[in-house]
Write a protein that binds this ligand. Structure first.
Ligand code: ATP
Ligand code: MG
Length: 412
């Protein structure tokens, strides 16, 4: 059979996998509501400059990962690479700035032109949460606690470690940027091509480099933490102390930085050892500078996004799609007569599959194949008095009973 082409890095979600996504989103939504977050949805494409302005021309997402296209009116549009910027825009456009704080969660597809591999797709799904309007360290603590509870409730927390770091305030960031640049200048000729460019444009981002030589050079680089001013340091200590009070274990990772200028103070990632190189399942941080870059408003914000595909790869529990009851007639002519039984079972919340064609043996084979618990078999003889043959497919026992008694019997 000839395969029909699909776009690279773009996947179908077939039922087994789809179900994991649904479960992850269901749990996420339940936990978010418990923390008083409300669901929000924004368009999957926006004017390109909404994303490119705050991301800056030098960030990964804008330099090479974006899906940009012109529409018929020659507008430059971008498929959204992330959710936060749209959420902040929606809050502003929706006139909610007078009513802060606002707590939102969202889920949906994001688009990035990346090299596809396990856990890295060009269309992937995120589940995210944003707390907007709290400029206090308790906000950082709240969203981390939310992410922690989310991962705990999808039963993945045992395989996941929380790493946190602080980027401090603007003053601290500038202090550090200067010393990092002076340090790296000494090794400039050995840096990767990408890092050479970043040394001019966005030096903090070099700390993120996956290049081996870059990493070796960075091993002895000045430590970000040493350049935090007192305020930033106490902010960070407050976050750490509160996490400890909440019983949330974490590790400090001084290399955990975001190259984007709108981030400040806390950055955090939840990582797993189960997925190889694509090990970050939740990434988040404080983005107090973001709203100013897209509007006249200055709104503090902190939040995170989880990669649903990566969480699904870690999820082993399989949804049980087996029917409770398989409904079959001895001869296919009876199908129309037994539709009323089909309705009866469904109305009573019994997961039912009706089999429409084939010999009775074939039908029972199918019932076994789906691991159905019971078969209800109906022949000419049973039609009077609403009788049916109820067969327990686990132990083979068969009863002739009234359809109304089936519910009691199968719930026993
Ligand atoms: P990475 O370092 O893996 O590229 P990132 O820093 O680009 O991640 P974020 O933009 O912070 O990731 O997105 C948050 C989460 O979304 C990531 O931690 C990851 O779980 C998921 N994610 C990001 N990009 C992809 C992708 N291309 N395919 C699948 N999941 C992704
Ligand atoms: Mg990325």
């Amino acid at each position: 059979m000839k395969e029909i082409r699909t776009v690279r890095g773009v996947n179908d979600l077939l039922p087994g996998n789809m179900d994991k996504h649904i479960k992850i989103k269901e749990v996420g939504s339940k936990i978010c509501k418990l923390f008083c977050y409300e669901e929000i949805d924004t368009p999957i494409f926006e004017f390109s400059d909404l994303f490119s302005k705050p991301l800056g021309e030098t960030s990964d997402i804008v330099t090479k990962e974006n899906y940009v296209f012109k529409d018929r009116s020659n507008n430059s549009l971008m498929l959204r690479p992330e959710g936060t910027t749209s959420v902040v825009r929606a809050l502003i456009n929706g006139g909610l700035t007078q009513d802060l704080p606002q707590r939102f969660f969202y889920s949906g597809p994001m688009f990035r032109y990346e090299r596809p591999q396990k856990g890295r797709l060009r269309q992937f799904n995120q589940f995210g949460a944003e707390l907007i309007g709290v400029d206090n360290f308790y906000g950082d603590v709240e969203v981390i606690n939310l992410a922690y509870n989310f991962l705990k409730n999808i039963n993945l927390i045992n395989n996941i470690t929380l790493y946190i770091n602080s980027l401090g305030d603007n003053q601290s960031r500038n202090n550090y940027r200067n010393v990092l640049v002076s340090y790296l200048k000494k090794f400039e000729k050995d840096l990767s091509t990408e890092s050479k460019i970043r040394l001019q444009s966005n030096p903090l981002r070099i700390l993120d480099s996956k290049n081996k030589t870059d990493q070796a050079i960075l091993r002895n680089s000045p430590k970000y933490f040493d350049y935090l001013n007192n305020e930033s340091r106490s902010y960070y200590e407050n976050v750490c102390n509160s996490l400890t009070k909440l019983g949330i274990p974490f590790k400090q990772d001084e290399k955990l930085v975001r190259g984007l200028d709108y981030y400040s103070h806390t950055t955090f990632e939840f990582k797993t050892s189960l997925l190889g190189a694509q090990d970050t399942v939740v990434a988040g941080g404080r983005y107090d500078g973001l709203s100013k870059m897209i509007s006249n408003y200055s709104l503090p914000g902190v939040g995170w996004a989880a990669g649903i595909e990566r969480l699904a790869l870690m999820t082993i529990n399989k949804y049980n799609s087996s029917p409770k009851v398989t409904l079959v007639s001895q001869s296919n002519e009876l199908n129309s007569t037994i539709l009323k039984y089909y309705k009866f079972l469904i109305d009573n919340d019994i997961k039912t599959e009706m089999i429409y064609s084939g010999t009775i043996n074939k039908k029972l084979k199918r019932a076994n194949k789906t691991s159905s618990e019971y078969a209800i078999i109906i022949g000419e003889n049973e039609l009077e008095n609403n009788l049916v043959q109820l067969k327990n497919l686990r132990n083979g026992k068969q009863l002739k009973i009234n359809i109304n008694d089936v519910l009691d019997e199968i719930k026993k």
